[in-house]
Ligand binder design. Structure first.
Ligand SMILES: NC(=O)c1ccc[n+]([C@@H]2O[C@H](COP(=O)([O-])OP(=O)(O)OC[C@H]3O[C@@H](n4cnc5c(N)ncnc54)[C@H](O)[C@@H]3O)[C@@H](O)[C@H]2O)c1
Ligand SMILES: [Zn+2]
Length: 364
């Protein structure tokens, strides 16, 4: 089936409808309260699962059929315990098969709530209102949900699309700079793997993005989403292993996830870990002769300009290799990487075993 994207560009409102995935994405400012009201009008019982940090930012009017569950968010909620606590609360509050769930929060809340929505009562309709930049440009798009286990990130999960995603940049006003940087890391990732001109545009415009300039921010979010959708529509369940594979979106994540797991999700947030991961994987690309010295330097310069993390000492520690072995993309003894062969172009690389990677990490 062919993907059809309708784009209405009406000043500040973009609607991206994705029929193949039965989901639609709306980018619209100051719209959260209305969005929830509309859903409440059409459904008998609506559960809003909300990141407790943004409780006071939302101006949602009280309605009988709206129930609220607040969660203190962070990577630690993406666990079997987090799953049990949320499902227990929903069941205790009489959730039924006609109920819908709205997840309002960052990527951790979205991943957990999406997983709950896809499994509870064999699947319920759910909506996403991402409230971090990272969630707006990445985690709310594409229908991957899940939680972590002791052995690694996102090892329990489902592919399950939200009915609708609302991206409202007004909610980012309260987001700490550290979290804006984390989201920016995923934006650069999209540019690096797929779109050279977007990378050049970011080089020109990103200082305004960090000041939350509306048009720059909305364009960066929009371009990021379109790149992510390109991979999702080609390979929703990540079956391919070529340059169109959804796995390309994991550039920086093989190393990044290993760093996160090694530090038990405490030292770095996801964006920081994958920033280190991207620079390291760009260096690996360069070491393997795929990426030129000039392009590598240009990438590192950009990361430094916006003070993104580029290095951590664990990269030289052999133990990191053990954490790499748990990656979902692995096959037999080799650890698979999504690498870049120039800015704006990525490839699937399957030829690296543990010893080789350790050797490369000692030499870059
Ligand atoms: N499903 C996917 O396709 C996908 C893609 C990328 C990342 N992820 C996952 O996303 C997660 C990271 O998401 P994240 O960076 O949003 O983390 P997060 O959900 O932990 O949010 C970061 C911090 O910001 C706070 N916060 C959220 N919204 C806020 C707001 N508007 N104002 C102030 N504070 C706010 C949260 O309470 C938290 O402390 C990781 O678990 C990662 O694996 C998933
Ligand atoms: Zn990511």
């Amino acid at each position: 089936m062919k993907l059809k994207i309708n784009l209405d560009h009406m000043q500040s409102e973009f609607i991206i409808k994705n029929k193949k995935l039965a989901t639609s994405i709306l980018i619209k400012k100051n719209y959260i309260a209305n969005f929830i009201k509309e859903i409440a009008k059409k459904n008998e019982l609506v559960f809003c699962v909300i990141d407790s940090k943004i409780k006071t930012n939302l101006n949602i009017s009280k309605q009988k059929n709206l129930k609220f569950i607040y969660i203190k968010c962070g990577e630690t909620i993406k666990t079997i315990d987090g799953y049990r606590i949320l499902t227990d609360k929903l069941i205790k509050n009489n959730i039924n098969r006609k109920s819908v769930i709205i997840a309002i929060g960052g990527g951790t809340l979205g991943d957990l709530t999406g997983f709950v929505a896809s499994t509870l009562l064999r699947g319920l309709n759910f909506y996403l209102i991402p409230t971090t930049l990272l969630a707006q440009v990445d985690s709310s798009i594409g229908g991957k949900n899940g939680i972590n286990t002791f052995y690694g990130k996102n090892l329990l999960g489902t592919f399950y699309q939200p009915k609708k995603v609302l991206i409202d940049i007004a909610i980012l006003n309260s987001l700490p700079k550290k979290e804006i940087k984390a989201g920016y890391a995923e934006i650069i990732k999209h540019a690096l793997i797929k779109d050279y001109s977007f990378f050049c545009w970011l080089e020109e415009n990103s200082s305004k993005l960090f000041k939350l300039n509306k048009s720059v921010l909305e364009k960066a979010i929009y371009e990021s989403i379109m790149i992510k959708l390109f991979y999702v529509k080609n390979d929703e369940k990540e079956f391919l292993s070529n340059k169109n594979s959804r796995a390309m979106l994991n550039f920086g994540h093989t190393i990044g996830h290993a760093i996160e797991s090694y530090y038990k999700y405490r030292k770095f947030n996801h964006g920081e870990a994958i920033a280190v991961g991207m620079v390291t994987e760009a260096k690996i690309s360069n070491y393997l002769g795929l990426l030129s010295n000039n392009e590598l330097e240009r990438i590192i310069k950009h990361f430094k300009k916006y003070e993104l993390k580029i290095y951590d000492k664990v990269l030289n520690n052999k133990i990191l290799i053990e954490f790499l072995s748990k990656d979902k993309k692995n096959s037999l003894n080799n650890i698979n990487f999504s690498l870049i062969n120039k800015i704006g172009s990525s490839i699937f690389y399957k030829k690296l075993n543990k010893n080789k990677i350790y050797k490369i990490l000692q030499n870059i």
